[in-house]
Design a protein. Structure first.
Length: 257
């Protein structure tokens, strides 16, 4: 089994609850699809945990990780302010060696990942197979931009995992989209199955109206969608205590939006 997480966004309470569930299931391998930081009040702690728990380069660069490392591009005011505050926290936290290790980790993150010999092999990106850092794939796109999926699925060999939209679900080549509820939280596939893109949702800032932290588990021939409750009030209180973070970044967590 492999646990696949994404979009932690500096939410320590959500991340620790997800890691506890992963440990309870005795899952030894974790893949992170990026956006470890940005938005949330605990970027340093979340980054340190991800550095410890993802081995062999199985962590990707997300658009917020990129923004903190380089510059925010096309961010709204709240996201941009959170980005600059996050950068300041990374520059000031810990000793020189710790700070250098964190920056080196962020700077080494790839934009694509291929894992062979696991359920026939899979690939992973933060956003989309076509534009791995910043292209959104929304459920509504199957109706409003069907041609977009032709180009996207041309870049998929078989099974691809992504995050970025914070909305979990399964995209098929049709194009079709199935929510975790429609799939009864589990999608079974065969060795010669159709191409599919699985969005694992967000650990730290879900946007599908379910406030619980979201991640996925890859089994031998199935993908399981998992939700985990966490102490949202504590995270919201931390956001409110940081003047550089918009209160909305905390309040939205109660509603999962």
């Amino acid at each position: 089994m492999i646990a696949i997480v994404s979009d932690i966004h500096g939410n320590l309470e959500a991340l620790t609850s997800v890691l506890a569930e992963i440990d309870r299931r005795q899952i030894k391998q974790i893949v992170c699809l990026g956006d470890i930081i940005g938005y949330g009040p605990n970027p340093v702690e979340c980054l340190d945990l991800v550095m410890t728990r993802t081995a062999n380069g199985r962590c990707l660069l997300g658009n917020h990780d990129f923004a903190v490392l380089y510059e925010p591009f096309n961010f709204n005011v709240g996201a941009e302010s959170a980005c600059y505050w996050t950068r300041q926290r990374l520059e000031e936290s810990g000793n020189e060696e710790q700070r250098a290790k964190r920056w080196a980790f962020l700077g080494s993150l790839p934009t694509r990942l291929k894992v062979p010999n696991v359920s026939g092999g899979f690939e992973a990106v933060h956003a989309s197979p076509r534009r791995p850092i910043n292209e959104y794939i929304f459920p509504d796109d199957i109706y409003t931009h069907p041609g977009k999926f032709v180009a996207i699925f041309d870049r998929v060999e078989k099974l691809c995992f992504c995050g970025h939209t914070h909305v979990p679900g399964l995209f098929m080549e049709g194009p079709d989209f199935f929510s975790p509820e429609e799939l009864e939280w589990r999608w079974e596939f065969g060795p010669d199955g159709d191409k599919a893109i699985v969005n694992v949702g967000s650990v730290g800032q879900p946007r599908d109206r379910d406030p619980r932290a979201s991640f996925a588990v890859l089994h031998e021939r199935a993908v399981e969608f998992v939700r985990v409750p966490y102490d949202i009030a504590t995270t919201v209180g931390k956001v409110k205590a940081v003047k550089e973070l918009d209160d909305f970044l905390g309040q939205r967590l109660f509603d999962g939006r």
